[in-house]
Design a protein around this ligand. Structure first.
Ligand code: C2E
Ligand code: CA
Ligand code: CA
Ligand code: CA
Length: 277
């Protein structure tokens, strides 16, 4: 109560706007979110295009703050990246993902994708958290996919390529997320030691009605396949898009048409249901 009043005074005397106060609030509470049990990792199914079967999942972070209520990742992740707090969150995501992998009723080919920001990719913290988790789970590399955005690579391509190469040599799969939005050149794509390309939702959303988007997606799939990469289309919301992407030989799909991000228990039930089909 006292703090609220203080903020209020601060707001008028220092000319700080509401947005800035919101940021400070988020950073203050986010610092303790992991310790306070306020974070959850939801799972969104990744679907094999041809069969419609769940072959993996993407882990997506959720924060339900006692003080601020539900805060979306599009709001808190950029702030966590600016402040460096992201490293702490990512370590939590790694540990939680390893625990999920141990407890899922999934086939041996199952893979779980997690999101890494530019800071994570270049930091030494991910090296130590990976080493720690591999002690209990030597097969972690066969089940974990690391999603990295184009923009994370463009900021320092040489350092990023070195780290990605290290991850690949350790047996981890690496995916380029939000492909098409980050201005990476074809030359860079060719140099990247990645295994998967995820076409950004912006190009998938209006696929059925947009010939331009169809051209972009078709040629991206072709390029990726020529480079030996698996292709994921994200943001699939209708059966027509699924049919079209199937015809174009897109490998994997993700989107609300199949499922929104769901809890670990719901996801596990879904896997069990499918294995009985
Ligand atoms: P992203 O990595 O591109 O994740 C995909 C986002 O698209 C997710 O939003 C997902 O819920 C949403 N999505 C999936 N299918 C559909 C669809 O069919 N239609 C629509 N409209 N949306 C769909 P979400 O969970 O809100 O996450 C937003 C972003 O926050 C992520 O984008 C990612 O950049 C970031 N993020 C989330 N969790 C983490 C994390 O653990 N670490 C990091 N570094 N970033 C994260
Ligand atoms: Ca992602
Ligand atoms: Ca994405
Ligand atoms: Ca995105």
């Amino acid at each position: 109560e006292a703090k609220r009043q203080h903020d209020f005074v601060f707001f008028y005397s220092e000319g700080l706007d509401e947005q800035h106060l919101r940021k400070l609030d988020i950073l203050e509470h986010l610092d303790y979110a992991a310790e306070n049990d306020e974070l959850t990792l939801l799972l969104q199914p990744k679907i094999e295009t041809q069969s419609g079967k769940t072959i993996g999942a993407e882990a997506l972070l959720r924060w339900n703050s006692e003080k601020l209520g539900f805060v979306g990742p599009d709001e808190f992740i950029p702030l966590a990246e600016q402040s460096g707090l992201i490293k702490k969150l990512t370590q939590w995501v790694f540990r939680q993902s390893a625990s999920y992998l141990r407890h899922l009723n999934a086939p041996d080919s199952f893979s779980l994708s997690i999101n890494l920001s530019a800071i994570d990719l270049l930091s030494d913290e991910i090296l130590s958290v990976i080493a720690e988790l591999e002690k209990d789970m030597p097969a972690l590399n066969r089940h974990l996919v690391l999603e990295v955005t184009e923009s994370a690579i463009v900021s320092d391509p040489d350092a990023a390529i070195e780290r990605l190469t290290w991850l690949r040599e350790k047996g981890y799969q690496v995916s380029i997320d939000d492909y098409g939005t980050g201005y990476s050149s074809l030359e860079q794509m060719r140099r990247l030691p990645v295994t998967e390309l995820k076409i950004d939702r912006a190009f998938v959303q209006y696929l059925v009605s947009s010939p331009v988007d169809q051209s972009i997606v078709r040629s991206t799939i072709q390029l990726a396949h020529e480079l030996g990469l698996s292709v994921v289309a994200e943001g699939v919301e209708d059966t027509e898009s699924w049919e079209w992407l199937k015809k174009q030989k897109c490998d994997v799909l993700q989107g609300f048409y199949f499922s929104k991000p769901i809890s670990f228990n719901d996801f596990n039930n879904r896997l069990q249901g499918e294995s009985c089909d």
